[in-house]
Design a protein around this ligand. Structure first.
Ligand SMILES: NC(=O)NCCC[C@H](N)C(=O)O
Length: 290
């Protein structure tokens, strides 16, 4: 079996290998976050066929960029779209997430064939009591940003801090609400580095001003989005390199903002999947970046 040599130092370096979610065999609609709950109640929940079709366009776009794309094995009655949350890579370590929502705990079994290709010493398990989901973890060279959210608790943050001693691990409390317009499900719904020095940010998604982000990026390099844009998940794009980003095709103001900074946008349709409260970063689990 060929080995996978993990390497993730940031959110933007040239992408070499990724695990992209699948939309098949999802089982019943779930309401584990306020946005999905709203769509379930209002009868606007996305169909399985639409989600499958949208993910297929992402797969094609990634392959066109020369990226090796791994997929989860289909499991009956499991939503396996948002691979980002089930595990994450920091440098050469794979942290197996401890999912807060019981209904998502089995998803990791779908990527066992990927885990089998890793050096067993590179796999880190999260201790009981600590919950962490990958959407709350963003690596930025010597820094790791950790969203403390409904899904990732203080113990999860402390665990990462104690495990990655050579990193500065920064905890950021995000806004947790039952209101679908206000809730920040994971840190990557409110913040994401992009390009070689920029970051997309929804400032009101944090309980306190995220000073560390201002200090590290500089306010002039922050691409600020408003609540309506956050609700459409503008911060949740996905970089294939510092010069190229996958973006939902309807995010025209963001596309302009990125292109004016010399970041090329690969446009994909992902609006139906976004109704589950996840977009492109949420659907991808990078394993290797340059
Ligand atoms: N990183 C993310 O924000 N992931 C999106 C997960 C959406 C999924 N429906 C959930 O509620 O867990």
């Amino acid at each position: 079996m060929s080995k996978i040599y993990l390497h993730i130092a940031n959110e933007t370096n040239e992408l070499k290998a990724v695990v992209l979610g699948i939309g098949t065999d999802q089982g019943k609609p779930y309401d584990i976050n306020p946005v999905a709950k709203m769509h379930k109640e209002e009868g606007t929940y996305p169909t399985e066929d639409d989600v499958i079709a949208e993910i297929a366009t992402v797969e094609a776009a990634l392959k066109a960029e020369g990226v090796t794309v791994f997929r989860p094995k289909n499991m009956p009655n499991q939503k396996q779209i948002f691979t980002r949350d089930i595990g994450f890579v920091i440098d050469d370590k794979f942290v197996v997430a401890n999912m807060k929502e019981p209904v998502r705990k089995a998803e990791i079994e779908g990527i066992q064939h990927v885990l089998d290709q890793l050096d067993p010493d590179s796999i880190i398990e999260v201790p009981e009591g600590a919950t962490i989901e990958g959407g709350d973890v963003l690596v930025h060279q010597d820094h790791v940003f950790v969203g403390i959210s409904k899904r990732t608790n203080q113990a999860g943050f402390e665990f990462l801090k104690a495990t990655f001693l050579d990193k500065q691990v920064i905890g950021l409390n995000v806004v947790v609400s039952d209101d679908p317009k206000k809730n920040i499900l994971h840190l990557d719904c409110a913040f994401q580095p992009v390009g070689d020095k920029y970051a997309i940010i929804y400032e009101d998604g944090f309980q306190d001003k995220p000073q560390s982000i201002y200090d590290l990026f500089g306010e002039e390099n922050l691409i600020k989005v408003n609540q309506q844009q956050m609700n459409r998940m503008f911060p949740n794009v996905f970089s294939v390199s510092p010069k190229k980003v996958l973006v939902e095709e309807g995010f025209t103001t963001l596309i302009d903002a990125l292109e004016s900074r010399n970041i090329q946008c690969i446009k994909v349709k992902y609006a139906e999947t976004s109704k589950l409260s996840g977009l492109l970063r949420c659907s991808t689990l990078p394993l290797i970046r340059a």
